[in-house]
Design a binder for this molecule. Structure first.
Ligand SMILES: [Mn+2]
Length: 403
């Protein structure tokens, strides 16, 4: 499974350059809105950047789809992306791992066929004694660069491969899987991985579009100390671009803002440059421009409407109105100027008094009680018994880390 030399890199010099992206979450919705157009546009933009920069490879570090059972529309988007990718001449290898949102067998579909087009997909860690991580080897003038594909994994996937008690949690599981690989550290090595990495207990910065941020305690942290054999770790799972512990251990972040909490993120492709073994690995962001932006706006109804400018603003906006007097159907007025309103909140003297009162009444709620309140507020009716049972199961699954 050796990649081919890529022609056309002369213009950039003969060292390895690759794109690192992750967390596409194809099929994701933002509140009630489909992100289909935004996702289609960003996938096009990524293809355009590949044509423009001609990297030696493109790495996608997990969470291709948003759901384990993607919609037909989501499949269509990714199918079109793969087709456009395969049209690029000369071919650029595409390396993909499954994330926690992906269903391994669904993502694996047609992967043997796709490999003929240098599209390498790995969906599970080794599960049999004789299995090892998928490895793709590319070359530049300094020799081989080995790319190891480690899909998202939980301890239970691999526990049986090791001595009893050796795999206790995510940290020991990932470390054990990497330690059984024969990694030649005289060569350059790159890892693709989709886990929650921490550096000596320091956790990466999270935002609202990651489930891990919701889970108190952040179970499943993997310490970066097990990444020593790698000259670059192309990580996925955390949605804000950042390094963990060391500069070359890096989350690329999502290509699009998937929550208002990401409004100040500059979403980008990470362009990684590797020269000879031991030379510092460099990376730089290639900024991506979304079709529609995601942000919050605060002000009086008049201000907020003025800020939409002429015509209708298509960005996804969370609006906070600060008017002290009560307004006549503010949402209807705003809808004439904003096509994608995520929410309309009020922040004035009255709402703050109300909030102060509420926070005296409600201590921190346990998850089921919090959801019951939330559902009642959103829908104006209580949860049915059946819904309550479903939600209890979901909360139990989340708590046990099965999501
Ligand atoms: Mn993700």
């Amino acid at each position: 499974m050796h990649g081919k030399m890529c022609a056309g890199r002369e213009q950039f010099g003969d060292f390895m350059r690759f794109f690192h992206i992750s967390d596409l979450h194809i099929g994701k919705q933002l509140y009630y809105y489909s992100l289909r157009d935004s996702q289609q546009a960003i996938l096009h933009e990524i293809i355009d950047k590949v044509r423009e920069y001609r990297p030696d490879a493109v790495l996608v570090a997990g969470d291709i789809y948003d759901k384990a059972a993607p919609s037909g529309e989501a499949y269509e988007l990714f199918d079109a992306f793969l087709n456009q990718f395969a049209d690029i001449v000369p071919a650029v290898p595409l390396l993909i791992i499954a994330g926690n949102h992906d269903n391994a067998l669904r993502l694996k579909y047609a992967s043997a066929f796709l490999e003929r087009h240098q599209i390498y997909i790995s969906v599970l860690p080794p599960v049999e004694e004789e299995e090892y991580l998928k490895k793709v080897t590319l070359r530049d003038k300094y020799g081989e660069v080995n790319f190891y594909l480690l899909p998202y994994m939980r301890p239970g996937y691999v526990r049986h491969l090791f001595a009893e008690g050796a795999v206790r949690d995510e940290n020991s599981a990932v470390a054990a899987v990497l330690a059984r690989e024969a990694i030649d550290t005289s060569k350059r090595n790159v890892l693709l991985s989709h886990q929650f990495y921490v550096a000596g207990g320091r956790r990466p910065e999270t935002c609202d579009s990651e489930i891990t941020a919701i889970l108190a305690g952040g179970i499943g942290g993997v310490d970066v100390s097990c990444l020593k054999p790698f000259d670059y770790a192309a990580l996925g799972h955390i949605h804000g671009a950042q390094s963990v512990g060391e500069p070359h251990i890096r989350y690329s972040g999502t290509p699009l803002k998937y929550s208002v909490s990401e409004e100040r993120h500059q979403k980008a492709i990470t362009l990684v440059t590797m020269e000879e073994k031991g030379a510092p690995v460099r990376w730089e962001p290639i900024p991506l421009k979304p079709l529609y932006d995601v942000y919050s706006i605060q002000g009086t109804l008049r201000d907020v409407i003025d800020r939409a400018g002429k015509g209708v603003c298509d960005d996804f906006v969370s609006i906070t109105l600060t008017d002290e007097e009560s307004l006549y159907r503010p949402k209807d007025q705003l809808s004439e100027h904003y096509a994608h309103i995520l929410e309309v909140k009020v922040d004035n003297r009255r709402s703050r008094e109300q909030l102060a009162q509420d926070s005296c009444e409600t201590e921190s709620l346990e998850p089921m009680a919090a959801f019951r309140d939330f559902y009642q507020q959103m829908n104006g009716e209580p949860l049915s018994e059946e819904q309550e049972n479903v939600m209890r199961r979901v909360i139990a699954d989340v708590a046990s880390g099965e999501v």
